[in-house]
Design a protein around this ligand. Structure first.
Ligand SMILES: Nc1nc2c(ncn2[C@@H]2O[C@H](COP(=O)(O)OP(=O)(O)OP(=O)(O)O)[C@@H](O)[C@H]2O)c(=O)[nH]1
Ligand SMILES: [Mg+2]
Length: 580
């Protein structure tokens, strides 16, 4: 496995930095003089996607400007759209969104809407095709020290299949050459984002859609997501209150977990746990995130144990209809004889990076570094949490000094209606985030439409910027959040819509149901030209989503009749067996 690490947004960039330290030369200057190849541990390649130019250009000195050939580099996707171009103006006139906004709108829906506008509005698509498809100006610059084999004459392959989506296409185009899909040598991507801001949370789903829409349904894509902390610690730096950060976080996670052909796994880390461990020091937390991920991404594999990313991705998602959550548990021990049992015990007792109930996991992957016996790991984990040994997959690598393990528990929750009442369960943490997001929406409905409060001075132009959505955009958001009847104060979330879906998810978590997010949601619907079914499949997209809705209904009916338990992702399969 050789990964391309793509950090998105502030926290995503800072954690990616830890993965990208140069192994050979500490000095960037010396490296550039000697034209030394930039070598990271594990030969990881990487890039940082950012929306805030000030953060990228002035507030950090690790990443250079990708457009000037720097490596490792930052890239500002919205720069691809020219200020004042027909496309820029048209999106603003029709919807009110400024596609070049530098990311002060701290929510996931802003970029989701922009992605879906380009995905659905034929007028915008025509303009985008005129400005981008013809002259091919989405092409990235030569990447220093990297292979830049071009697979298409104009650098954007997706256009032959669908309309250009410039911001996300150009982001994919700068990642692609690092991957085996574009002539590079990375056989998988690890996206790193925080769930809680606007850039990382807003970008992660559209960019995965872009990869999948290109027809790359089996290219391994993993997401490492850092859930924003509770309390007000991040409020000032982030200029965003807890409830709002929670809404951004849950929106992004919702989309990730409901996209049936999306990521191969969403690895969740809770900033709350990290900041308690590292006394609110983000830098120390970031270093630890890298350290705990090393057994997955680094090191020489044991002879005969060298699975490519594809095998890992396949095992991660095997048997599931939706992308799974993985909770990482990490432990390290000074090298000793027979460390396996103690490593497992330590990881379970002290190494959980997100609330969970290990006994409820339906599968576990254990990445090891050091002198470790696979059988003993399987026996110890099976004995301590009770899952079958054949549901535990052990992958070993050579280590450095100490022995380390990273246990990835798949979907370690569900089946216990009391779990949400206990601290440090996944149900409890998600219920907390959902209820704070719901409360925030209830108390700040106008924020959902960016009314009044969202403005700031643009550091480039010095002008005050704010968002003023058009009626068209407001109506779409109204329907997205509050369902077909729109917002009525005393009816919040009682019809369909995202608010209702969140309430339902909270209820499922409280009942111990698994999974808890089911139906994909869209703000802008695709036109149903051929079928004439416009409006009939609101919030649904494609065959995958339709099959999920059918799956959901079948499960409800079977559960009502007592044929299957209420929990379990595999319930349709088990129901099919019962019916046979
Ligand atoms: N672990 C960790 N978490 C961080 C760090 N910086 C910010 N966070 C958390 O991540 C959340 C989102 O912050 P950013 O990643 O800066 O947001 P963004 O993706 O750049 O989005 P914008 O809102 O557009 O700036 C914050 O609310 C914090 O909870 C960091 O360096 N390390
Ligand atoms: Mg930011």
């Amino acid at each position: 496995m050789k990964l391309c690490v793509v950090g998105i947004g502030g926290a995503g960039g800072k954690v990616t930095m830890e993965f990208m330290e140069n192994e050979d030369l500490d000095s960037r200057l010396a490296a550039s003089i000697t034209k030394a190849e930039y070598i990271t541990p594990g030969m990881i390649k990487g890039i940082w996607l950012e929306a805030d130019k000030n953060d990228a250009k002035n507030l950090q000195h690790f990443f250079g400007d990708f457009n000037k050939g720097a490596y490792p580099g930052f890239f500002i996707p919205h720069d691809v759209i020219e200020d004042g171009s027909d496309l820029h103006v048209c999106v603003r006139e029709r919807y009110g969104y400024d596609v070049k906004k530098q990311g002060f709108v701290r929510d996931a829906q802003y970029l989701k809407a922009i992605y879906e506008i380009f995905d659905t509005d034929s007028q915008i698509q025509e303009l985008a095709a005129k400005e981008f498809s013809l002259n091919g100006n989405l092409e990235g610059p030569e990447q220093s020290g990297q292979k830049t084999e071009k697979t298409e004459p104009n650098g954007h392959s997706s256009f032959s299949k669908q309309a250009p989506n410039p911001i996300f296409d150009c982001a994919w185009n700068v990642i692609r050459p690092y991957t085996t899909l574009g002539g590079g040598d990375c056989d998988g991507i690890l996206f790193i984002v925080s769930f809680g801001g606007g850039t990382g949370t807003g970008f992660i789903n559209p960019i995965i859609n872009n990869i999948r829409n290109e027809g790359k349904s089996d290219y391994p894509v993993f997401v490492l997501g850092i859930l924003t902390e509770t309390g007000s610690f991040a409020d000032r730096a982030q200029n965003s209150k807890e409830g709002r950060r929670d809404l951004a976080a849950i929106s992004a996670i919702y989309d990730l977990l409901t996209k049936s052909n999306g990521a191969n796994g969403v690895i969740l880390v809770d900033n709350q746990i990290l900041l308690e461990l590292f006394e609110s020091d983000y830098t120390a937390a970031n270093k630890f995130i890298y350290k705990m991920m090393r057994p997955m991404v680094l090191g020489r594999n044991y002879p005969g144990e060298t699975p490519p990313s594809q095998a890992i991705a396949h095992n991660f998602t095997q048997g599931l209809l939706r992308p799974p959550i993985f909770v990482p548990l990490y432990a390290t021990l000074t090298r000793c004889k027979n460390p396996e049992e103690e490593l497992i015990r330590k990881a379970l007792a002290e190494g959980r990076l997100f609330g969970c109930t290990p006994e409820d996991a339906d599968f576990a992957v254990v990445f090891c570094r050091g002198f470790i016996d696979s059988d003993k790991i399987r026996q110890a984990l099976s004995a301590q949490i009770g899952i079958d040994e054949d549901k535990i997959w052990v992958l070993r690598k050579m280590g450095e000094v100490d022995d380390e393990i990273l246990i990835m528990l798949r979907n370690p929750y569900g089946g216990d209606a009391q779990a949400y009442t206990r601290q440090r369960t996944l149900e409890n943490r998600f219920c907390e985030v959902i209820s704070k997001a719901l409360q925030y929406m209830d108390e700040n409905v106008e924020d959902l439409f960016y009314e009044g409060k969202d403005s700031r001075k643009n550091p480039d132009s010095g002008k005050e910027e704010s968002v003023k959505l058009t009626e068209r955009a407001k109506q779409a958001l109204d329907k997205f959040y509050f369902g077909k009847n729109g917002l009525t104060r005393d009816n919040l979330g009682k019809t369909d819509g995202f608010v209702n879906e969140l309430q339902e998810a909270e209820r499922r978590l409280q009942n111990g149901e698994k999974p808890f997010f089911l139906s994909p949601m869209r703000i802008y619907q695709r036109e149903e030209k051929e079928s004439g079914d416009k409006g009939k499949f609101d919030n649904i997209r494609g065959k995958d989503e339709i099959s999920i809705i059918i799956d959901k209904r079948v499960r409800e009916i079977l559960a009502e009749q007592g044929l299957i338990p209420k929990t379990g992702q595999d319930s349709v399969r088990s129901a099919a067996k019962i019916l046979e």
